[in-house]
Design a protein around this ligand. Sequence first.
Ligand code: PLP
Length: 441
Amino acid sequence: MTNEDVKGDVPKGTKEAYEKVKYWMRRSTKWRKNCINMIASENIVSPAVKAALVSDFESRYAEGWPGKRYYQGAWMFDEIEIIGQDLVKRLFGSDFADLTPISGAVANLAALLGLTDYGDTIMSLSLANGAHITQTNIAAAGVLGLKSVYLPFDTEEMNIDEEAAKKMIVNTRPKLVIVAGSVYLFPHPVEGLREACNEVGAKMMYDGAHVAGLIAGNVFPNPLKQGCDVVTFSSHKTFPGPQGGMILYNNELDDEAKKRLKMATFPRLISNHHLHHVAGKAIAAAEMLEFGESYARQIVKNAKTLAAALYGEGIKVLGEKNGFTRSHQVLIDVREYGGGKKVVEDMERANLIASKQMLPWDDNPDNPSGIRLGTQEITRLGMKEGEMDQIGEFIKQVIDGKDPKGVKKEVEELKAGFNTVQYCFEPGEAYDYIDKILGGE
Ligand SMILES: Cc1ncc(COP(=O)(O)O)c(C=O)c1O
C-alpha cells in the first residue's frame, strides 16, 4: 500500500468512526515502528518530550509572555517557558529566543511580518533549488505581498552561486535576503552575502528549519555568528523536539525590528501558543546541550556513508564534487529508474520511507527527478555506518525492481534492533506507548 491507495472510507456510525480513527492511529504507529523512516523533515522525540506532549499543558492556555499572561493558572508554565528560552539561547548563542511559533512556517511568516512591509522585494532560492514554499510567493512571502526574486544557484556545487548572488543583491537592493532551505546539502555562503547585504542595507534571515540540530551540535556554521539578523527554524527536524518553530536574534538587531518581531508572534499571528510543545522544546534543548555534538556528528557521518554506499551501487548521488553532503540529507537522481514518484512508492512498499524531490532542473513537483533521504531519525535510534551500508543495499534492490516484499522482511529485521531513542537523559523505547495509549491488539 502507498499514499495512492487511500480509500477514504468513512463509517456511518459515530462510534464506528471513532473506533476507525483509533484503529488507523494504532496501525500507522505499529507500521512506522517497522519502517526505516528517512523523511528529512521528521524526527522521533525522546520519552521525556513524549511525556511533555501528553502532560496537562496540552489542555491549557497562557496567552502572552512569561510574567504577563492573560489567563490565570499559568505561573508554573511560565517557569518552563523561561527555562526553555534560556536553554535555547545557550544552545545557539543568541540573545533572544522565541519558543512560541506553532510551526516553522509560522516562524517564517512572523519573521517576514517583523522584517518587511507590503510591496518590499525579498530574495531567496527558488523551490527547485531548495527553498521552502514559505520563502516564495506561493506561501508566506506571497501572502504578505512581497515581491520574490530568486538567488542564482550552481548545480554542480549544489549551492548558491556566491559571486552571481552578490551582484544580484547589489543590483536588486532587496529589503531582505533569506538563505538556507529545505534541500540543503552544504552550508550557504552566508558571510559573502552578508557583505553584499551590508552594501545595500538589506537584512538577512536564515531559515534553519532543516539544520537547526546540526547548528546546535556545532557541525554546521552558526548563522548568527556569521552575521544573519534573524534565524527561524522548525523544532522537529534535525532539532529533535516536538513539532513547532522558534525564532532567534541578537541584541545588535535594531529596536524597531525587535519590537515588530515580538509583536508578530504575539499578538499578531498566535494567540495561545502550544504549551505542551514549549515544554517539549525546553527538554529537547537540554538534551541537545548535553548530547547534541555527538548526535549531530553521527547524523552527518551517517549521511555521508549512505551517500557513498548508494554511489558505490552505481546510483547518481548529487553533490559528488563536494563529498555528497555535509548535512543530514542525501539527494539522488532516479530519472533512469522511473523518477522520484515511482521510486519512493516502491520504497514505501518495502518499509523504506522517503520523499520524492524536485532537483534543480525540474519544474513538475508531482513527478520530480529525485528523492531526498534524511539520516536524523535513524541516527537518533542508534544506527551507525554499518546500518547505512545495509540501507544503501536495500534501496538499490528496490530500485532494481526486486520484489519489495522480500526487501521489507530484511528492513523489518534490521529495524527491530533500533527502536530505542538515544542522545537523551533517559533513553527509552520509542514506541512503548502504543499499547498504553493507543490500546493493545
Ligand atoms: C526550510 C524550511 N522552512 C520552513 C519549513 C516549514 O516548517 P514546518 O513544517 O515546521 O511548518 C520547512 C518545512 O519542511 C522547511 O523545510
